[in-house]
Design a protein around this ligand. Structure first.
Ligand code: ISJ
Length: 364
């Protein structure tokens, strides 16, 4: 390519950038206007809800459908995710609590779901995230709920039993773990590997093969593990990209998770119900009496109404010995007639049904 050709293309790019810039700002002004309309149309005592997850999911899905390339649809959706995040921040900046410290996978999940313009607040424990949301100290919380290798995150499930809270969204994150060291670490003298217990479990086979005799120390998060090794000379940490960058660590071994598709699903928790987006999921907790066939009976209305269940998890009910509750995720919004009817029938048969929320299926 000649220098002239290159120059001509750069002039074209500059001119396109000007147009993009103008259009993005026009969009931002429109979103600001939406914010004003939302505030102007409130009933007495009603608080404005600026963030609308169902609308955001529709915007992202539409962009993916419209996209003709050469950019990949997911890439375009991520760009629009950021544009919407910045537009919403003009209406009202969102505050989101996540399991800290900075650099955890929960932090990455919060930014993936809400975009970079949120004010992300690290919390020390899952229960604290629930409490902050219930108290209204933050608008939303991000909590891990299941990992494809290790299964349920029981702390999160149990917190739903203790707090009155809505699920307003879900986000899935591919989890890549790396073995990380600080600049002072003597890599041939590693005696300890720090990480969160879940991460140690997700890399168990790799650790058995490569560091069979090294002590594995479970700490409160992988970002905490990364923080610790920074100043230690005989330790390594298992954590992700974000923590590696944030704490300036070197990657000694990359992608050491035992399963290449290792992913974690996170839930977004808030205080408002979400209207249907067109492609939704609903999460419920059902308690049944401890008698034979109880689970089978519970499942009949779902089957009869063709409601697709994506997950069932059992936890002790915490209100009696050897009694259990079921956490059920299903496809559809609680307002859709077939889901509504199934839930009514189950309510009539069971000891208790608590709908945790209906929310858009993850787009990204
Ligand atoms: C603009 C709105 O407010 C927010 C910003 C959105 C956007 O930038 O497209 C979409 C939904 C809301 O979270 C809206 O409700 O339409």
């Amino acid at each position: 390519m000649s220098e002239q050709e290159l120059q001509a293309l750069r002039v074209r790019i500059d001119s396109l950038d000007e147009k993009i810039l103008e259009l993005i700002n026009e969009r931002a002004s429109c979103a600001q206007e939406v914010g004003r309309v939302k505030e102007a149309n409130l009933a007495e005592g009603e608080l404005p809800v600026f963030y609308r997850p169902e609308r955001e999911a529709q915007v992202l899905k539409r962009i993916m459908e419209l996209n003709k390339g050469p950019l990949d649809s997911e890439v375009t959706a991520r760009l629009f995710r950021e544009i919407m995040s910045a537009c919403l921040a003009l209406e009202k900046p969102l505050t989101v609590a996540y399991l800290g410290p900075e650099g955890t996978f929960s932090h990455a999940a919060a930014l993936k779901h809400f975009g970079q313009s949120v004010i992300a607040k690290p919390m020390a424990a899952i229960d604290e995230i629930f409490r902050e949301v219930v108290a209204g100290a933050v608008s939303y919380g991000v909590v891990p709920v299941e990992n494809s290798t290790e299964g349920a995150i029981n702390h999160t499930l149990d917190s739903f039993l203790e707090h009155d809270i809505s699920i307003t969204g879900e986000v899935e994150l591919r989890i890549h773990h790396h073995l990380l060291v600080g600049e002072n670490t003597k890599t041939d003298h590693i005696t300890r590997i720090y990480s969160h217990a879940q991460s140690l479990a997700q890399c168990r086979k790799w650790l058995d093969a490569h560091y069979p005799n090294v002590e594995r120390v479970a700490v409160s998060s992988n970002a905490e593990a990364a923080k610790r090794v920074k100043s230690e000379w005989s330790s390594a940490a298992i954590a992700g990209d974000m923590a590696a960058k944030l704490y300036g660590l070197t990657v000694l071994a990359e992608k050491i998770e035992d399963r290449p598709d290792n992913s974690t699903r996170f839930l977004i928790i808030g205080n408002d119900a979400v209207p249907p987006s067109g492609e939704d999921k609903t999460s419920v907790i059902v308690s049944v009496s401890n008698k034979p066939g109880a689970l089978h009976e519970l499942l009949i209305p779902f089957h009869d109404n063709g409601v697709d269940l994506t997950r069932i998890e059992t936890r002790p009910s915490r209100s009696g010995k050897w009694t259990y509750v079921f956490f059920i995720d299903l496809v559809g919004h609680q307002k859709s007639p077939l889901v509504k009817d199934a839930l009514e029938k189950i309510t009539a048969k069971s000891v208790g049904v608590k709908v945790l929320g209906s929310y858009p299926k993850a787009v990204l």
